[in-house]
Design a binder for this molecule. Sequence first.
Ligand code: ZN
Length: 408
Amino acid sequence: MIKKAGIFVLVVSLFLVLLGTGLVQARGELTILDNSAEVEFPAKLRFYLSAESDVNITDIRLHYTVDRESFAQVTSEVYIEFMPDTTLDVQWTWDMRKTGGLPPGSNLEYWWTVADVNGDKIETTPLRVQFDDNRYSWQGLTEGKVTIYWYEGGESFVGEIMLAAQQALARLTEDTGAYLKKPVEIYVYANTRDLRGAMIFPQEWTGGVAFTTYGVITIGIATNNLSWGKGAITHELTHLVIHQMTFNPYTGLPNWLEEGLAKYTEGELGAEFTAYIERAIAENSLISVRSLSSPFSAYAEESYLSYAQSYSLVEFLITSYGQGKMLELLNTFSAGSSYDGALERIYGFDMDGLDTLWRDYITGQYQGVEMTTVAISPVLVRTSTEPASGLLLDLRLAAQTRAWRQGW
Ligand SMILES: [Zn+2]
C-alpha cells in the first residue's frame, strides 16, 4: 500500500513539473513587441502588431468595437492572414470604402489575440483610437450638449452657428418637449469641397452628412453661405434629437413626422414650399398621409410637396392638440408602436383619420389666398457648388445613413 502511494505521488509531481514548464515557460516567451493604429482619414485605419515566440505563431486576430448607439455591442473580429513564423510583423487596414465611413471623432477600442503552435494565447490590453480628421486644425466651442468644431471663420462665424443650434433646440423643446439626451458634435468644414474630401463616396450635391447613431453632423459652410448653414444645422439637429428621443429596436417614425418636425423647427415654411401646397390643393393632388409615411420621392417636385405637407401636418398636430400630445406621441414611438396605433392612442384617430382632418385644415388655411407667383422649379439635383436649401442637404443624408447601416 505504502509503495503504491509513493509512486502515485511521484507521477503527480512529474505531471505538475511538465505542466509547469510547458505552460508557464511558453507563455513567457510569446511576447507582443509593438501594437498600434494609424488614422488616414477618411478612407483608412491601419492596425499594426509585432509579436514573437520561441515557437511558430499560428493565429493572430484583431478585435474592435466602435462607440455608437446600438442595442447590442458589436465586436468585429478580423483573422489576419500570414505564414506561421516565430517573429511576425502584421498589419491590417480597415478600408472604409468597403464598409461605409465613420464620422470624424469616432472612437474605437481594439485589441489583439495571438496564439502559437503550442496553443499559448495572449490577449492584448484594449487600446483606444480616435478617427480624427487630422488634415485640419480644428477649434472647438461647447455650449450645453452641443460642440462645434471648425477651422475657418472667426469667433462671430462660429458664434452664429452655435446660436442657431441653441435656438433650434429651444424651439424644438417648446414645440414638442423633445430635448438632447446625449452630446452631439458638429464638424463645420470651410466649404462643400472640403466636406466632400472628408467623405468616402463624395457626391457633387452633398452639403452635409448626419450620422445619427454617432450624434455627429458634418457640414460644409462657407462664411458667405451662413444663412443656409444655420437652416441646415437646425434641420439636422432636429433629426438627431428626435432620433435620441425615439431610438428603439422596433420601428422608426413615419417619414412625414420625422421630416415635418425638422422642417417645423426651421421656422415658417418658405414660399418655395407653400407654392407646391397651393398648386396641389388647386389640382386636388395632395399626397395621402399614408404615402408620406414611407421615404419621399427623390423627384424634386414631389419631394418639395412631401416636405411642405409634412411641415403642415406637424403644424396641425402641434397647434391643434399642443406640445404635451406631441411629446406623448414621440414617447409612444420610442416604446415601439405602429404608426396607426400610436396616433390612435394619443389623438384618437389613425393615419386616414389624420388625413381627413388635415385636409380640412390645410384647405381652410389656403382658402382665399392668392396663388403665389414663386416659380416652381423642376430641377431634381442642383449642381451648383453650394446646396441651396436644407431640403437638398437632407435628401443626400438619408442615402448616406442608409449606406452606412448596410455596412454594419
Ligand atoms: Zn430631414
